[in-house]
Ligand binder design. Structure first.
Ligand code: FDP
Length: 326
């Protein structure tokens, strides 16, 4: 028989090697329990009718799905019971979610079910999270940490059973779920240097609304690469991490209906862009915003701040960053 290394075994050894405490393990156990729980609900959601609209509107002004609420409730339950989380910030809650404000050690920024247009089809969605640590030396800063201060960031692609985790300064690792529901077989991810497999990923319908310089750059690149777009960041970024290329959600600045412009971008900085940026950075890639500023450097001003995002192979991100910086 063939046995693969489990995630818990991998992370225990990692903590031991770096002389770290067990607190992070307890937090990771909570996140994995939440992801497995959400995955099971999602797999059978259509049968129960849970994949439809819940009729509400979230803090971003978008319709909420029943599954969004279920995923949020599950995640909060596990994070709270870990006893390690000071506060959490979720896509679904406007306010900070206070947990263990005295004894907790971590801040968790999460989107428990990202890629909502896929939900009613039962197609892949993501559970994205970033983790920062309590400031033990100085004053607390309202938990508004830039991505470079995250100690880890990860995503579960639900319901495919694939989990990718970036550990600050220790690489990006991919795991697959096995028949016993364990995440196993750590594979270190590095973006491929060879551009043969590279892909471009963005919503083509928005193309004419991008900044002119971005449109021109895309026109120069499009014949070199193939296009892929699922419409769920975790799934689209998963492909880029394996195949190389670039995922973009540029600012919308030239929409024929100006009220539909999104000069600040669409994706959320703290639990979407910074999460994939850290994973990409640890895999040899990069990520910038519409001004060409590295995503990991951006100091958030608010929890649900939006940003434009260009993430992927370093040379492509460097090229577009130079153009964006003017
Ligand atoms: P969604 O709005 O469907 O929840 O965070 C938002 C996100 O999905 C990302 O997962 C995805 O990459 C992007 O938005 C898709 O947006 P478009 O439908 O505008 O392409």
């Amino acid at each position: 028989m063939r046995f693969e290394q489990t995630f818990m075994n991998f992370i225990l050894h990692h903590q031991e090697k770096h002389n770290r405490t067990y607190h992070f393990l307890i937090l990771m156990d909570a996140l994995i329990s939440a992801a497995k729980h959400i995955q099971q609900y999602y797999l059978t959601g259509a049968l129960r009718g849970d994949l439809g609209l819940a009729g509400g509107v979230n803090v971003q002004g978008e319709d909420t799905m029943r599954m969004d609420q279920i995923a949020e409730e599950i995640t909060i339950h596990y994070l709270r019971s870990s006893g390690r989380v000071i506060h959490a910030i979720s896509e679904e809650s406007e306010e900070i979610i206070a947990m263990d404000t005295e004894g907790g050690r971590y801040f968790v920024y999460f989107d428990p079910l990202d890629g909502s247009s896929n939900v009613s089809h039962g197609l892949p969605v993501g559970f994205l999270f970033g983790i920062a640590k309590r400031n033990l030396d100085g004053r607390e800063d309202g938990h508004l940490r830039p991505g470079k201060d995250y100690i880890a960031a990860g995503m579960f692609v639900i319901p495919t059973g694939i989990f990718t985790l970036a550990l600050k300064d220790s690489g990006t690792w991919r795991f697959h779920i096995d028949e016993t529901m364990n995440f196993v077989k750590p594979i270190r991810m590095m973006l491929p240097e060879d551009s043969k497999t590279w892909e471009l990923s963005f919503n083509e319908a928005n193309r004419c609304s991008f900044a002119k310089a971005v449109q021109t750059w895309i026109a120069q690149k499009e014949s070199e690469y193939t296009f892929r777009y699922l419409g769920a960041l975790a799934g689209d970024f998963h492909r880029i991490l394996s195949n190389g290329g670039i995922f973009m959600y540029p600012a919308i600045v030239n929409h024929p209906k100006p009220e539909k412009n999104r000069p600040q971008g669409k994706l959320r900085l703290m639990y979407e862009a910074a999460v994939v940026a850290l994973m990409c950075h640890e895999a040899g890639g990069d990520a910038v915003d519409e001004a060409g500023i590295p995503i990991l450097e951006i100091q958030p001003r608010e929890y649900h701040q939006r940003t434009a995002l260009y993430v992927g192979s370093k040379s492509l991100v460097d090229e577009i960053a130079q153009i964006l910086r003017g």
